[in-house]
Design a protein around this ligand. Structure first.
Ligand code: GLN
Length: 187
């Protein structure tokens, strides 16, 4: 199994290590050609405006849109969720628009307001320990989007067909179940 990890900016190394720990091959993606031959894709956390600008500069926006809209199982975490989304509540930025949600960036406050909590996730038997770092929340969800977990009333994990996206960082806590869910998705 070959898992592409978008490696423009952010914590792609942590995702790649986790994927290798699951026995899969991790392919760092920086060019459109590197999307060929992967069976799934991870869009890591980091800074979503930077990821968008770099994706534009590397001519990756349309190729990414095409493979994800074409059904490639995809996981986006934190900034990755923002980059996959259709819009934000703030100023416009480069987004793929493949996930029918509007997100509010930095919705829990600043870096100092980062926090950890145990989430109950639909489809997982035991709670999932989640770390939120300047995390977004999902403000509006489209009809095709299923909310898998929330903090209070705010969705923080969603699924739309072949896409799973989280506001938190499953790659930083020794958690593997979110990645395993994504690897099982079919387009
Ligand atoms: N605050 C970042 C953004 O808006 C996301 C933070 C993260 O990925 N940990 O892009």
């Amino acid at each position: 199994m070959r898992v592409g990890v978008l490696a423009l900016q952010g914590d792609f190394r942590e995702h790649a290590a986790l994927v290798r720990g699951l026995g899969a091959e991790a392919v760092l993606v920086r060019r459109a050609e590197e999307l060929t031959g992967i069976g799934s894709l991870i869009v890591p956390g980091g800074e979503s405006t930077t990821i968008g600008k770099l994706a534009d500069r590397f001519d990756l926006v349309k190729p990414l849109r095409d493979v994800i809209a074409g059904g490639l199982p995809t996981l986006g975490t934190c900034a990755g969720l923002i980059f996959l989304a259709a819009g934000t509540t703030g100023p416009s930025q480069i987004q793929l628009g493949v996930l029918d949600v509007v997100v509010e960036r930095n919705a829990f406050g600043r870096q100092v307001d980062s926090f950890e909590t145990d989430l109950s996730v639909s489809g997982l038997a035991a709670p999932l320990h989640a770390v939120f770092i300047r995390a977004p929340i999902v403000d509006k969800v489209g009809a095709e989007v299923e909310v898998l977990a929330s903090v209070g009333d705010d969705p923080v994990m969603v699924r739309q067909g072949n896409i799973i996206a989280t506001s938190f960082h499953p790659e930083l806590t020794g958690e593997t179940r979110v990645h395993e869910l994504m690897l099982k998705l079919e387009g």
